[in-house]
Design a binder for this molecule. Structure first.
Ligand SMILES: [Zn+2]
Length: 80
């Protein structure tokens, strides 16, 4: 799914186009040639996200499990 973004209309949404081979997609707003967005850049981000999520998930139990209290030496009801 090729995505294109206009370099002039900054911050605009990336448009998905299916231009015929050899044709240059042109921005419908300003008429400048659209730049193709590489999908490769999404991969490191995805890896980072996955690793980050895994790390957070792994550290979750340690964060939320209450620390085991030392065994209290509770004197049983001793009637003197
Ligand atoms: Zn534009």
């Amino acid at each position: 799914m090729p995505r294109f973004r206009c370099p002039e209309c900054c911050c605009g949404p990336a448009v998905v186009l299916h231009p015929p081979p050899g044709a240059t997609p042109i921005c419908f707003r300003c008429g400048s040639v659209l730049e193709k967005q590489p999908l490769v850049k999404a991969v490191p981000l995805l890896v980072l996200l996955t690793v980050g999520t895994a790390l957070i998930t792994l550290s979750m139990p340690g964060l939320f499990t209450p620390q085991p209290l030392p065994p209290q030496t509770k004197p049983s009801a001793t009637t003197v």
